[in-house]
Design a binder for this molecule. Structure first.
Ligand code: IMP
Ligand code: MG
Length: 176
């Protein structure tokens, strides 16, 4: 299917998204007052969110990136996750926040959080701009999230359809 921009309906306008990100950054800064934070962006979807979020965090921040892929669909997946790119820096003793675009089935993040926990960070939290609770298979605790979204195919602000539309400055869904 060749999707065009006309097939995308706005779900969360840019201004709402920006306001929410500032709120989230304020909450993170408050909870971590007096600490240094290490943000881990899950590529590629988390990239837009992490860069925006980090600009408004007021405690000292360092960043790193990792990439993983989850095999199988929600109905058939065994939850097998492959690490395509590991972190550049150790996380032992650091206050880590994993920054992701959306938590859907929960497979990817429950795997990654366990994987990172073994490296003994001082604390480990999860922050996602979107949450799609209707699709959850594995229980994952999300420490900070922006919006609940319906069970639709979401694009924009990092989320893609076949690698496209990540650069939309708002969150939309594909009308099917
Ligand atoms: P999970 O393991 O099912 O929670 O997978 C989450 C990942 O699937 C996210 O990081 C996204 O990359 C991708 N994903 C889940 N739902 C959507 C969607 O509606 N649009 C685009 N990507 C999605
Ligand atoms: Mg992703």
């Amino acid at each position: 299917m060749n999707i065009s921009k006309n097939d995308i309906k706005t779900l969360i306008p840019q201004a709402e998204l920006e306001a929410k990100i500032k709120e989230m950054a304020a909450e993170i800064s408050k909870r971590h007052e007096g600490e240094e934070l290490h943000l881990i962006c899950i590529l590629k979807g988390g990239a837009y969110f992490m860069t925006e979020l980090s600009k408004y965090i007021t405690v000292p921040v360092t960043i790193d990136f990792m990439s993983a892929s989850s095999y199988g669909s929600g109905t058939t997946s065994s939850g097998v996750v492959k690490i395509n790119k590991d972190l550049d820096e150790p996380i032992e003793g650091k206050h880590v926040i994993v920054v992701e675009d959306i938590i859907d089935t929960g497979y990817t993040l429950s795997y990654l959080l366990n994987f990172l926990k073994d490296r003994k960070p001082a604390s480990l939290e999860l922050c996602a701009i979107l949450n799609k609770p209707s699709r959850r298979i594995v229980d994952v605790h999300i420490d900070y999230y922006g919006f609940d979204v319906p069970d639709k195919f979401i694009v924009g602000f990092g989320l893609d359809a076949d690698q496209k539309f990540r650069n939309l400055p708002y969150i939309g869904y594909i009308e099917t």
